[in-house]
Design a protein around this ligand. Structure first.
Ligand SMILES: Cc1cc2nc3c(=O)[nH]c(=O)nc-3n(C[C@H](O)[C@H](O)[C@H](O)COP(=O)(O)OP(=O)(O)OC[C@H]3O[C@@H](n4cnc5c(N)ncnc54)[C@H](O)[C@@H]3O)c2cc1C
Length: 815
């Protein structure tokens, strides 16, 4: 039946691949009756048609797993619902390890599976052989069997989603290319197509690898880049049974899937072939790229090692197709920071089929309600810095990105490509001090300092890594003497104007109507009472405030502030991040050191905790903030960028005999963990309330009037807490925590760790995690149980507490 393209619709989806069809399906299921989907060719013709169709439930992180595990359930039932077969079957998957380290990684995945209630068996090589008789198990040290994983036919699955969408009222228009968009007043207004414009309330861009350029037409930054991505299919092979699970040999860069008596071998090679999207023909429908046997030789040789029948197998088809990848190998989801009601779902890093159902549901919830309904901070489009759409940056990073899916997911693993992008004013100085730099949002930041004569480079491991001792020394220097951190990558926003106080009061949970010179720690909430931002707001003048947040949240928090400020407000919001560097002097001797460098009075009486003053230091004027993220006496010095270097030199020279030590981000993390300070994106997120996360002290319900999220927070406060952030320390000094480890109470899983580090002052690993109990997580419940943390499938005894283990009364901070 031919349809006429409407001139108006509530929601317009651009792109008819798995993702666009799934979002259409889930929006229609939510009851949206005016949803249209536009596809320039025919459904699936972009990338979706040639996917291998692997459907795994467990991913490297909690959020990714949350998004992916629902797919298997939906694909299993979609045929009954729509009458369209999907080809989905639960053949199981068989991740294998060629090294002990990889086996540890797999066991950590098995632990995550236990938390999510996904059945996982840990197997010896002999047991692997029983699942896969064709495998040379002499190559491996062990593996997992995940019986609920499966494979699906990507075309049929997309068609089933499209059919389900139509059955619930969505309309799909093929051969309808979108040529651009129109905005009005910062929001989407129209979608332009070859057949005319469509006015809409909301638009959703699911244009696969074409999304970056399409979004750029209205100034939206979508940092993705295409890469060639390859698999081969053999002729039928004797012994290849339809019930064979999918092998994932991540050490060999390959997956091997049974396909109607044949084998399909796909690659995630460590260095891939980035592809400029403009090099593809304009009409790229069901398109393939040329074979490249040279490039495929390495993964193919690994596949032959593992499954020797492949050596003699005839290759029937070499599929090389484009797929899009992102700088951090995670999806790009959510409302674009630059244009209201313009949503993006793209950059699937070769996981678009296995995640389509979960992504479709999460996006439909977000589009429908206007807010994330689960914690999507890890994949939120607003996590990116603007520069990350730079094409050279993307091309160089993409060469590495494809392989990241199968690379070792080492804790603290740093990307190697497309660096350096952003450096602080101290970069060269810190380099000569043997700093080992990590990368966050493009910033090169000193993570730790190697001792003289050693190389500042990571040696990754699942246990103690090579920096463990050095960071321990940095940590203890801060606890006992004084440490100097370069925190220049902090994002800093100036909110100035007659209405600045009024608007920040509406945005923040804490009372920011404070005298000039006060610093307020506060959260900003969404309307469900979830923590949208975790910042300090400092009053520099009657009509001038600074909001300071983490480097990774620069765009996200700035967008939240700008979006939620009343339209008639008389104020400006300026991102001053690049203008100021931050030197953080922390530790009991920080006062003595500053007294040597400045004529100002840093005594507790003259300069109490939670205040700021302009001070003279060296030849500079700095804003000194008396705050801490490490749990010690200390000051953060905000200096115009050009003064940072000279002031650093001075501090270093004067601090020597006080035992000053340079400290990096790993020490910052271990210090804040030991002191129990939360980290947004790990311990707190838009899905967590301040009551659950123990931040109720920073919500001024009594002292102030309305603010965003207040009604929800009041309602939540009246209910019992069934979930609560709890501090943990290991009973033994040996085990190391990262995050996502399951928490057991009296032998039952009650939660997972949201962050983990090492408490060098208390002598064991420490972590935080939400503990759940339907009857309420009371103080008695927390302390009344016997706890264990599961690390790589082994349980270790732990102690739980609602108070941090280090200086619970914060006596050291206020001296
Ligand atoms: C070799 C290979 C193997 C893979 N194997 C797997 C796997 O096993 N499991 C898995 O989960 N994923 C796999 N993938 C990845 C998966 O195919 C993608 O992640 C997924 O298809 C992305 O879906 P999408 O809807 O975002 O993009 P697409 O399917 O590309 O859909 C985007 C659509 O937008 C349309 N479009 C573009 N511009 C416009 C415009 N201007 N107007 C209108 N429409 C437009 C395009 O025509 C296209 O149909 C594989 C990919 C490759 C290349």
């Amino acid at each position: 039946m031919s349809q006429t393209l409407p001139s108006q619709a509530e929601i317009v989806i651009v792109g008819g691949g798995a993702i666009g069809c799934s979002i259409a399906y889930h929006l229609a299921k939510l009851g949206h009756r005016d949803v249209i989907l536009l596809e320039r060719g025919t459904l699936t013709c972009g990338t979706s048609w040639h996917a291998a169709g692997l459907v795994m439930q467990l991913r490297a992180t909690h959020t990714m797993t949350e998004l992916c595990r629902y797919s298997a359930d939906l694909y299993e039932t979609l045929e009954a619902e729509t009458g369209q077969a999907t080809g989905f079957r639960r053949s199981g998957s068989l991740p294998v390890a060629r090294t002990e380290a990889r086996f540890t990684e797999l066991k950590r995945l098995a632990s995550l599976g236990r938390y999510f209630d996904v059945p996982v068996d840990i197997l010896t090589p002999a047991e692997v052989a029983r699942h896969y008789p064709l495998m040379d198990v002499g190559r491996i040290v062990g593996g997992l069997f995940i019986p609920g994983d499966g494979q699906t036919n990507p075309i049929d699955t997309t068609m089933a989603l499209a059919k389900g969408a139509r059955m619930n009222g969505a309309r799909i228009f093929e051969r309808t290319a979108v040529t651009g968009f129109e905005t009005a007043d910062g929001a989407i207004k129209k979608v332009r197509t070859v057949q005319g414009d469509i006015s809409c309330d909301k638009a959703v861009l699911c244009g696969g690898l074409w999304s970056r350029d399409l979004a750029a037409t209205i100034g939206v930054h979508v940092p993705l880049y295409a890469s060639e991505h390859m698999y081969v299919t053999t002729a039928p092979i004797d012994g290849v049974q339809p019930n064979l699970p999918v092998i994932r040999d991540t050490d060999g860069y390959v997956y091997i899937k049974e396909d109607a008596g044949k084998l399909l071998v796909g690659a995630f090679e460590p260095v891939c072939k980035p592809l400029a999207v403009e090099s593809l023909p304009a009409q790229f429908e069901f398109g393939e790229l040329p074979e490249d046997w040279d490039h495929f030789a390495l993964p193919m040789s690994k596949a032959m090692e593992l499954v020797p029948v492949l050596e003699k197998a005839q290759i029937r088809h070499f599929l090389n197709g484009p797929e899009s990848f992102t700088p951090d190998n995670k999806f790009i989801l959510g409302e674009a920071p630059e244009v209201r009601n313009f949503f993006v779902a793209a950059g699937f890093n070769s996981q678009g089929i296995l995640s389509a159902a979960g992504v479709g549901r999460a996006m439909a919830d977000w589009i429908s309600s206007g807010e994330q309904q689960m914690d999507l901070s890890e994949v939120d489009i607003a996590r990116f810095a603007r520069f990350q759409v730079n094409r050279r940056y993307l091309r160089e990073r993409t060469a590495e990105s494809l392989g990241l899916l199968y690379a070792m997911h080492w804790p603290h693993r740093q990307v190697e490509s497309a660096r350096p992008a952003r450096q602080t004013p101290l970069h060269e100085r810190l380099k000569t001090r043997n700093a080992c730099f990590g990368e966050t949002a493009g910033w090169e930041r000193a993570n730790w300092y190697a001792s003289a004569g050693t190389t500042p480079a990571y040696e990754y491991a699942y246990g103690r890594q090579n920096w463990f001792a050095a960071v321990g020394e940095e940590h203890m220097a801060v606890r006992e003497r004084v440490g100097l951190f370069d925190l220049s990558s902090f994002a800093k926003f100036e909110v100035a104007g007659p209405d600045a106080e009024r608007e920040l009061q509406r945005l923040c949970g804490n009372n920011i109507a404070v005298p000039v010179g006060r610093i307020v720690y506060t959260q900003m909430f969404n309307t469900r009472g979830g923590i949208q931002a975790d910042v300090t707001v400092s009053r520099l003048a009657e009509d001038r405030f600074w909001v300071v947040t983490a480097a990774a949240n620069q765009v996200r928090d700035l967008t939240w502030i700008r979006r939620n400020i009343a339209r008639d407000a008389r104020l400006t919001v300026t991102d001053v991040t690049s203008g100021y560097g931050v030197l953080s002097l922390m530790g009991p001797r920080s006062r003595d050191l500053l007294a040597r460098l400045s004529p100002n009075d840093f005594s507790n009486e003259a300069f109490p905790f939670g205040t700021l003053q302009q001070v003279e230091i060296g030849f500079a004027l700095a804003q000194a903030f008396r705050v801490t993220y490490v749990g010690e006496l200390g000051w953060e010095l905000y200096l115009p960028s050009e003064f940072v270097g000279p002031v650093f030199d001075l501090i270093e020279a004067e601090g020597r005999d006080l035992g000053l030590r340079l400290a990096g981000y790993h020490a910052l993390d271990s210090l804040r963990s030991e002191k129990g300070y939360r980290h947004w994106g790990h311990d707190i997120s838009p899905a967590d309330s301040p009551w659950e996360s123990g931040l109720g002290f920073a919500v001024a319900l009594k002292a102030k009037g309305d603010f965003i999220g207040r009604a929800a927070l009041e309602a939540l406060k009246a209910k019992p807490l069934t979930r609560r952030l709890v501090h943990f320390r290991m009973q033994e000094p040996g085990p190391i925590l990262f995050h996502d480890e399951p928490i057991y109470r009296d032998g039952r899983i009650v939660g997972r760790l949201t962050s983990g580090s090492y408490g060098y002052a208390i002598g064991s690993a420490v972590g935080m995690g939400y503990v759940e109990c339907a009857d309420g997580v009371t103080p008695d419940f927390v302390t009344g149980g016997s706890y264990e943390i599961e690390i790589a499938a082994e349980r270790h005894p732990a102690i739980a507490s609602l108070q941090p283990f280090y200086d619970p009364k914060s006596a050291r901070i206020k001296v």
